[in-house]
Design a protein around this ligand. Structure first.
Ligand code: CMC
Length: 382
């Protein structure tokens, strides 16, 4: 038998079709249901983009109002869930906290389903579950940051839309429109990105006819790693290490000599620049002006130009979003949970797409262990 052709990391492999988004590295573009993501970020609310990802079309005014009404009605953390959150150590990494709470929500929401053949749920049930996760995640993420600082929970504000309410629940102040706009754009840019590691994980889990919560919990686990979502947190660790623009060159000399990966740069699919970066960079520029922090822009520009000129590897979305979230006042540890709050839309759209045309995902492996051998003393039964 000829040696199988292994695609390590599944690089370059098409695993299935999707109608949710299209990543085109040739044209450096990303389309959600056909719309360029930068057009959506400039014109739409995150709620409208969530609707688009789930339903395939942008909502009418009535459809958007309906989604917003459900989101507002289900955005608070119920008392029984709050008890579990409060039982977790505040030193737990927030990704572990959110992963655990989503699992708990699954236990509550699917209580009573006692036949595994019913685990996957109907399309209507799963749309409902997706909207409820989308609605409650901001409160969980915001409360996580507050708990780490010994602060009280802030209840949602009925008259605020998703982005403004998220910031309100985190900081307890009505946010400035510049900040709301930058935050809304970041949520839209993070919402969906085809078969990235976490989405693919969710699809693998879904393909066994498991439930939506299990798919999301697995996806959160995949997102946590610094080669994927954890990179936005890691970018800020790097910024803190470097300190200021003048230190970029010596810092980079040392980091590259030590063969360190520079977080926030590089991408498996885009090799000539991430399609989302220019839009997020504009949002970062607006925040730099708003908070009057030219030092952040100087460090950002210095590291980017030095690294790109030395290695020809371009920034990915985590590079501008890390400093943007930091300027808004989010803790470094909260950055990847913010990614969860955004990507829940893409993950759940993919889970429902997988369910609608399922095939168990079960690839092959080529064996490279010892040749067949036998346990000493073993006698086959006669
Ligand atoms: N810093 C230093 N070298 C790099 C980097 C980087 N950020 N990215 C790629 N390289 C080098 C790598 O060392 C390798 O060099 P060589 O061929 O000499 O061994 C070459 O480029 C190819 O890299 P690779 O890691 O084999 O390529 P990949 O397609 O598997 O990598 C990646 C994609 C995202 C894992 C990688 O670029 C990386 O580790 N980046 C840093 C982490 C990061 O920012 N992740 C976020 C990804 S995008 C948003 C998201 O999903 O959250």
């Amino acid at each position: 038998m000829s040696e199988p052709d292994i695609k390590k990391g599944l690089a370059g492999v098409y695993a299935d079709v999707t109608a949710i988004s299209k990543v085109n590295p040739e044209t450096n573009s990303l389309l959600y249901r056909g719309y360029p993501v930068q057009e959506l970020a400039a014109t739409q609310s995150f709620e409208a983009v969530a609707y688009l990802l789930w339903h395939g079309e942008l909502p009418t005014d009535d459809q958007l109002a309906q989604l917003r009404a459900v989101e507002r009605a289900t955005r608070a953390i119920p008392a029984n869930v709050r008890e579990f959150i409060d039982a977790m150590p505040t030193s737990a990494h927030p990704m572990d906290e959110v992963r655990t709470i989503v699992s708990l929500l699954g236990g509550f929401e699917t209580a009573g389903i006692d036949n595994v053949l019913d685990a996957a749920g109907t399309p209507a049930e799963n749309l409902d579950r997706s909207v409820r996760l989308f609605a409650i995640l901001p409160a969980i993420v915001a409360y996580g940051q507050r708990r780490r600082h010994g602060l009280e929970i802030i209840e949602p504000k009925e008259d605020l839309d998703y982005a403004a309410n998220f910031l309100w629940m985190t900081f307890g102040e009505e946010p400035d429109p510049v900040v709301v706009d930058a935050f809304n754009r970041s949520m839209i840019l993070y919402a969906e990105h085809s078969f990235n590691a976490s989405t693919f994980t969710a699809r693998v889990i879904t393909s066994t006819l498991s439930d939506l919560y299990s798919g999301v919990v697995g996806a959160i686990g995949a997102l946590k790693g610094p080669l994927h979502g954890g990179a936005n947190e890691a970018v800020l660790h790097i910024f803190t290490e470097i300190g200021s623009a003048e230190n970029v060159v010596p810092w980079l000399d040392e980091a590259l000599a030590a063969k360190r990966k520079i977080m926030g740069f590089g991408h498996r699919v885009y090799k000539r620049g991430d399609s989302r970066v220019p839009t997020m960079k504009l949002a970062l520029d607006a925040l730099v002006d708003h908070y009057d922090r030219p030092d952040v822009a100087a460090l950002y520009d210095a590291l980017e130009s030095e690294f790109v000129s030395r290695k020809g590897i371009y920034p990915n979305l985590d590079y501008p979003s890390g400093p943007a979230y930091s300027l808004m006042g989010f803790d470094t540890l909260t950055f990847t949970p913010l990614f969860i709050a955004a990507r829940i839309t893409g993950w759940t759209a993919h889970i429902m797409e997988q369910q609608a045309a399922n095939a168990l995902i079960r690839p092959l492996s080529a064996y490279n262990g010892p040749d067949e051998r036998h346990v000493e003393g073993y006698e086959p039964d006669a």
